[in-house]
Design a protein around this ligand. Structure first.
Ligand SMILES: [Cu+2]
Length: 154
């Protein structure tokens, strides 16, 4: 058998077996676990939401944005140490490697809620739409929880 034909046949076989494991929009393949938003006292303009993202597919995906009706602006942020201070920075994407769990948690990546349209109190639910690199979107609901005080510097 000619080598290129054999390669094509092997490729088809691989697709037949692997295709179902990785096909489909990222929103269907990325599992969202334990989402929550940080409660803030009255007068504080910003908050953040946290969650774990599990890439159950065999291909790399990425979170590239988020939206929420509770804030004027929603950004993806990272926390980094700079000169001994924790600083937040907007990031364009959060990579979701195949088979891995990526946690958005206090002190690390988070969904930044800027310009809250109302106070976030424990017991409330916050709607968040996650946007993935392929344009697929997932709507989730995050309960509002009290989170230990964090230093936040922009
Ligand atoms: Cu932030």
């Amino acid at each position: 058998m000619n080598r290129s034909i054999r390669n094509v046949l092997l490729g088809c076989l691989a697709l037949a077996f692997w295709g179902p494991l990785q096909a489909g929009p990222a929103a269907d393949l990325i599992e969202v676990r334990d989402p929550y938003a940080r409660a803030v006292p009255p007068g504080l303009p910003n908050s953040a939401a946290f969650l774990a993202l599990i890439n159950n597919s065999a291909v790399a995906h990425a979170l590239v944005g988020a939206e929420s009706p509770v804030a004027k602006v929603v950004e993806l942020h990272s926390h980094t140490m700079e000169g001994g201070m924790m600083r937040m920075r907007p990031v364009e994407r959060i990579a979701l490697p195949p088979g891995e769990t990526v946690r958005l948690e206090p002190g690390g990546y988070h969904v930044m809620l800027i310009g809250l349209l109302h106070q976030l109190m424990p017991g409330q639910q916050v709607g968040i739409t996650l946007v993935y690199e392929d344009g697929s979107r997932k709507e989730i609901t995050a309960p509002v929880r009290r989170v230990g005080e964090m230093m936040h510097h922009h």
